[in-house]
Design a protein around this ligand. Structure first.
Ligand code: 0YR
Ligand code: MG
Length: 372
């Protein structure tokens, strides 16, 4: 499969309800920023990273794809995903300026596009190419009802609608107000509303410091919280390890980590319980598979973060043996040929060849942004 063309793209797709916020970000669109890779036999592979739809930084990612990675890819055999990953990720000049941020986000899109090409060439969904599904069902948890920007009433209405109307049995609620009592009050109301049988996870998006987290977790202990996602600053291994030792609430993290080494540091320090790699943040599927192996060696569950809105991760979750549930945020799914849909609380099993990243024909007309 000789590569003939590498074409970056930027899509900005609206979020639910105009805008949403967590403790650290407020956004109106999700950025789907990546590349189409075309081979001489006419096959097209698509891969992308997820951004907060900031056009200037999105253009840094597409410039990296166009100016740095494309010249290294054209003429190469797209079936050699590992060798091409190393060629790009360990390129002396790019490694010098990379290993996190822009270069990793650009690499993620390229790597996913290569895996998409290989699954299409084999005529199978990505989960089959990885070795086959190791589970019959993948349960979803709904994050789109738990935003910090929602009033308490809207939060409770959303939980009821997701559970009673759509069959979800798991929700994730954002926390991280300046006054943690506001979060405790909201969570106590959620627990009263959903009852004891629904799983409630929380996500702080890195806002609080260790004393605040210790105080919060002591107050939240009776609420049966499934996991506390990103309680502390994204790179602070020691504080996460201290919180893990002091609190009974399991810690989840990974959406802000860019390398296998960063995950290894948290895992070997006992600073994480639910490992959340993301094909859109790490160096694509290739590096997520490495993280999943390290997590398995430590017998830690892997719950991929939804930077892809689970378009690719639903394939990984059907293949992985230890994913408790997968994040559901519906913003971009209908832009793709095979949306990552949820029925009665479970993700539909993908059937089409590929990695779930092929946009519908009209998607570029509706959402594309200029690259310069
Ligand atoms: C909005 N999922 C997350 C979104 C989401 C963020 O800022 O990017 O909430 O990535 O934390 O678990
Ligand atoms: Mg999160």
């Amino acid at each position: 499969m000789r590569i003939t063309r590498v074409e970056p793209f930027i899509l900005h797709i609206p979020v639910t309800g105009g805008s949403i916020a967590d403790s650290t970000h407020r956004i109106s669109h999700w950025g789907v920023v990546g590349t189409k890779i075309v081979t001489e036999d006419g096959r097209e592979g698509y891969g992308f990273t997820g951004t907060h739809a900031d056009l200037a930084s999105d253009r840094l990612i597409t410039a990296c794809i166009r100016d740095c990675y494309a010249p290294l890819l054209v003429g190469e055999d797209a079936s050699e995903t590992s060798r091409l990953w190393t060629k790009l990720a360990r390129h002396p000049a790019l490694q010098w300026v990379g290993r996190a941020g822009i270069t990793q986000l650009a690499l993620a899109g390229v790597d996913v596009a290569l895996w998409d090409l290989n699954a299409k060439a084999a005529g199978v969904p990505l989960w089959h190419l990885l070795g086959g599904a190791q589970r019959d069902k993948v349960e979803a948890y709904n994050t789109d009802i738990g935003w910090l920007s929602l009033s308490k009433e809207a939060l409770l209405d959303g939980c009821r609608a997701a559970i009673e109307g759509e069959g979800f049995r798991r929700v994730k609620v954002k926390v991280g107000h300046a006054d943690l009592n506001v979060d405790i009050d909201r969570l106590e109301a959620v627990r009263r509303t959903v009852g004891s049988r629904v799983t409630v996870a929380i996500d702080g998006n890195g806002r609080w410091d260790l004393p605040t987290c210790l105080r919060f977790c002591a107050r939240a202990a009776p609420l049966d919280i499934f996991w506390f996602e990103e309680p502390l600053w994204y790179d602070d291994v020691a504080s996460h390890a201290a919180l893990a030792r002091a609190s009974s609430i399991p810690i989840a993290l990974g959406e802000q980590l860019y390398t296998l080494d960063a995950f290894n540091a948290f895992i070997t320090a006992g600073a994480v319980h639910y490992v959340q790699p993301d094909v859109t943040r790490l160096g694509g599927i290739t590096e997520v598979l490495q993280v999943a192996t390290v997590a398995l060696a430590h017998r830690l569950p892997v719950a991929p973060h939804a930077g892809d809105m689970s378009q690719v991760h639903v394939h990984l979750a059907y293949w992985l043996q230890n994913t408790p549930a997968l994040e559901y945020i519906p913003w971009i799914k209908d832009a793709f040929e095979e949306p990552a849909d949820v029925v009665d609380g479970f993700f539909k099993k993908p059937q089409r060849p590929g990695a779930g990243t092929t946009p519908k024909p009209e998607t570029f007309l509706r959402y594309a942004k200029p690259l310069a």
